[in-house]
Design a protein around this ligand. Structure first.
Ligand SMILES: [Mn+2]
Length: 519
């Protein structure tokens, strides 16, 4: 899944946030070092495989870890009252409930209608959890609720009934006070009415403080992301065996999402992208309802969510199982771009350096194919404005952090450089739109380029390639987490030659991670 290019959120991080980042970074670094020095033997070379035992025991995030997260956030906020609303009961009975990551991150409570209140005075913070009551007759419809007792036991936070929220806040506010809110809470009706009643209340967003804490993943979080990735890799392996000309994209999507859920994933962590032919060149295509043909490329950008944590892995393959010379040429450039980024992605490297290394490979490759005039050639993209020709084919960022959100903050966004525990995607791509000439304004300045492309484009039209893998930075280098999904041309072709003989056998090592249900 691709991030739209956007302004860096953390460019103006406060010194308090940076201080938190450094201490959290050190903690994560120690945690990962411990993990690395355990039973597995990490390789000395970046991106080569390491042996890691599949952990059979279900991973749980401890109440202590949730408490530490709240402490981190409190530490970087000024005094006042923080209100983080959980997601409400879905408006329609038939929609499944999904807890918003802001609230989930701080409490681990995954039921509707809950809220977290934290009050910070003179540097000390305390928390209150508010939940829906136990109500046997309502539970006939909605299922069991934790109630205050269950919520307190699960979260370690003193709990009361959700209806007491206004009274609780009233008792906590001073004559003039700051209300910190996060996520969608700023336009929440509860917040709006609080502000209406207390004009002296200063409302400030806590998003940055919470995202800064979320950027540094704990050992348990990394373990959960690994499991989401393992399930996603299985789905890619299954899909490669199934794909053949004449299938519909939704048949491939169905097998992918079946594989997710069957192996304990909560849901896809974003709308699965299964795009063939021209759809391979549409970045956020997810209608997934086209019949695919021999000679076309198919892009599968998919990710399982496991206990709330996201994976994000993309494979691009020829529908008929054999790369054509032109498909091979484009694929090889993208793969080489990814390799260049992998070589750069080590502790202390800025993301800009990693990103530029991949972009340079793509730029030089596009020039060799004749799709751009040169690696740094420009064209007139708007009246008296020039843009890079490379961006006609590679128009998104190199990658992003993964976590509770598929586009999660990562520590490099806070500190500017990769650190031990950074967990993220690297996903270069090249997309040759058949109608590219409609994107390039028909101006005198562009006449030469347009004439040249009229000749070159047809060969490459509708070839879309994105290769996306997931990685974590360890003290020993970069670990490639999604390595089970075939990625080199010969590996892909070999896997696609295998017949599809029905769903894979039950994977006991994945099943053992289910645990005894829920959290
Ligand atoms: Mn992605």
């Amino acid at each position: 899944m691709i991030n739209r290019p956007r302004v860096r959120i953390f460019a103006a991080a406060t010194s308090a946030v940076v201080a938190l980042s450094l201490s959290a970074s050190q903690a994560t670094s120690q945690a990962v070092s411990r993990a690395a020095s355990g039973s597995s033997s990490p390789s000395s070379e970046a991106t080569t495989t390491t042996t890691r035992a599949k952990s059979a025991a279900p991973v749980r995030i401890s109440t202590n870890e949730y408490a530490a997260r709240r402490d981190s956030v409190a530490g970087s906020l000024g005094g006042g009252v923080l209100l983080v609303m959980g997601s409400p009961e879905p408006a329609e009975d038939y929609l499944s409930f999904y807890q918003n990551p802001w609230f989930d991150y701080l409490t681990g409570i995954r039921e509707p209608g809950a809220a977290l209140v934290m009050v910070k005075r003179d540097g000390a913070a305390s928390s209150f959890l508010l939940v829906e009551p136990r109500d046997a007759s309502r539970e006939v419809w909605s299922g069991f609720r934790l109630g205050t007792e269950g919520a307190e036991k699960l979260s370690g936070i003193p709990s009361q009934l959700a209806k007491q929220l206004p009274a609780l806040l009233e008792s906590l506010f001073g004559p003039t006070d700051t209300l910190w809110v996060a996520g969608a809470a700023a336009d929440d009706p509860t917040v709006a009415s609080l502000v209406a009643e207390r004009p002296s209340l200063v409302v400030r967003r806590a998003d940055r403080a919470i995202r800064a804490a979320r950027a540094f993943k704990s050992e348990a979080e990394i373990a959960l992301i690994r499991q989401a990735i393992d399930i996603t890799v299985l789905a890619h392996q299954q899909a490669l065996r199934l794909i053949e000309p004449g299938l519909n994209e939704f048949e491939v999507q169905a097998l992918i999402e079946y594989t997710f859920r069957r192996n304990g994933a909560d849901r896809p962590s974003f709308a699965s992208i299964v795009g063939s032919g021209p759809n391979a060149t549409t970045l956020h295509y997810n209608a997934n309802d086209r019949f695919m043909k021999s000679g076309e490329m198919l892009v599968m950008d998919i990710g399982a969510s496991y206990r709330g944590y996201a994976a994000d892995v993309t494979r691009s393959v020829p529908v008929n199982g054999k790369f054509s010379p032109d498909q091979r040429a484009v694929y090889t450039i993208v793969r080489n771009a990814q390799k260049a980024a992998e070589r750069q992605a080590t502790v202390g490297t800025s993301w800009r350096v990693v990103s530029d290394s991949a972009r340079n490979v793509i730029a030089e490759g596009l020039a060799r194919l004749g799709l751009v005039d040169s690696a740094d050639a420009q064209y007139e993209c708007a009246p008296s404005r020039s843009c890079s020709q490379v961006a006609l084919y590679y128009m998104h960022g190199l990658g992003h952090g993964i976590g509770l959100d598929v586009h999660d903050p990562d520590s490099h966004e806070i500190t500017g450089a990769l650190a031990v525990g950074s967990i993220f995607t690297i996903e270069p791509g090249i997309y040759v739109r058949a109608n590219l000439l409609e994107v390039i304004p028909d101006t005198p300045a562009n006449a030469g380029l347009r004439a040249r492309l009229r000749k070159t484009l047809p060969r490459f039209a509708n070839i879309g390639v994105r290769i996306e893998d997931d990685y974590v930075v360890t003290a020993n280098g970069l670990e490639w987490l999604s390595r089970g999904a075939p990625r080199e041309i010969d590996e892909i072709e070999a896997m696609m030659r295998k017949p599809y003989t029905g769903p894979a056998a039950r994977d006991q090592s994945l099943v053992e991670r289910y645990g005894s249900g829920g959290r």
